[in-house]
Ligand binder design. Structure first.
Ligand code: PHE
Length: 344
């Protein structure tokens, strides 16, 4: 055993530098590992003559401690540097991940809301679980009136004076608007509605509506017609024509149903418009004076119009969806078809 070997290793240990944890570990193995240089010196020490043990013992122990201390220090302090080797190929395409897209009903609702916002309407929302008063009574459906059968209702708690139910139309939000808003009122009410109907390609127990209400002095049927015409042209294109057919709703008088010219065959007649050239899109009318009075609005001074449309139906016409159930089944093959529509 030579003293120089110990001193050389000690100098090396004090000066030890590493660029990565990998290098620290390699240095530890080289010096202190089972076959390491310092370990080898200890092996050799066993054969040293007893009278020389003292001379080598202490520096050897010092060397071992210094090496251990330096390695520990490096383990704590060395920060990984980026290796110069080709770790990542930055030109490789990234992992594709699937982004969701907006539901067709949301797309149509947003389009309708945007159009009426431009016309100066505010958006109002209300509860889906409503009372009989706001869904029927205040809208001129007297108790036991046969018109209630037009909208089959899910009752939450029936039997008492003002049953709790799932709203069958968002006209209830119009009532709430009349109760709380200052005149003149211009609101649209988008929302989900519920009717107790058997589910089929053409009917569902859940669907969505946007209803609108405009109340001011001297509002006439001509204003209603103009508002609907402007809306139809924004929604279905500038050449769109509308026609009104007399209809009945308890809360409007007179009432009408509105058709737009079929934007698929342009009036020639196709299977979507069933050969008529017209597509029914909404119901509307002049607000019945009884409805105004029920919400405390002077029907001698004020008049107004209301309209309501089903969003699934409009989306069906727009994208030629042939079965209402597609909207509720979350079938990705159906939903993916609307990815590009989102960008419109
Ligand atoms: N609330 C009616 C419905 O659900 C639609 C409507 C609204 C009709 C406003 C006229 C006026 O069918």
């Amino acid at each position: 055993m030579k003293r120089e070997d110990i001193d050389r290793l000690l100098a090396e240990v004090r000066d030890l530098k590493c660029k990565s944890q990998k290098e620290v570990e390699a240095a530890r193995v080289r010096l202190l590992g089972k076959k390491g240089e310092i370990t080898a010196l200890f092996e050799e020490f066993r054969t040293v003559a007893p009278e020389l043990k003292k001379e080598f013992g202490r520096p050897l122990n010092e060397l071992k401690q210094a090496a251990q201390a330096r390695i520990d220090e490096l383990k704590d302090s060395v920060v990984e540097e980026a290796s110069d080797g080709p770790v990542n190929d930055l030109s490789m395409p990234g992992e594709p991940f699937v982004l969701g897209s907006r539901h067709p009903v949301s797309i149509v609702r947003q389009e309708i809301v945007d159009i009426f916002r431009k016309f100066g309407y505010d958006v109002a929302e209300g509860p889906e679980i409503e009372d009989d008063y706001h869904v029927f009574e205040a809208l001129n459906f007297p108790p036991n009136h046969p018109a209630r059968d037009m909208q089959d209702t899910f009752f939450v708690s029936a039997g008492h004076l003002n049953p709790i139910l799932l709203r069958t139309h968002t006209s209830s939000v119009q009532v709430r608007s009349m109760e709380t808003m200052d005149l003149p009122i211009r609101v649209i009410c988008p929302g989900r509605v519920f009717r107790n109907e058997a589910i089929s390609a053409r009917a569902h127990c859940i669907f969505h509506q946007v209803e609108g209400l405009y109340i001011d002095e001297n509002v006439t049927f001509a204003d209603l017609k103009q508002a609907i015409l402007l809306f139809a042209r924004e929604m279905f294109g500038p050449d769109t024509q509308i026609r009104m057919r007399p209809s009945y709703f308890p809360f409007t008088e007179p009432s009408a149903e509105v058709d737009v010219s079929c934007n698929i065959c342009h009036g020639k007649g196709c299977n979507i418009c069933k050969g008529t050239g017209w597509l029914e899109i909404l119901g509307c009318g002049m607000v019945d004076p009884n409805v105004l009075e029920a919400s405390g609005i002077d029907s001698k001074k004020y008049s107004g119009f209301a309209f309501g449309m089903g969003l699934e139906r409009i989306a069906m016409l727009k994208w030629r969806v042939n079965d209402l159930r597609h909207y509720f089944e979350n079938d990705m093959r159906f939903l993916h078809e609307f990815e590009t529509a989102t960008e419109v």
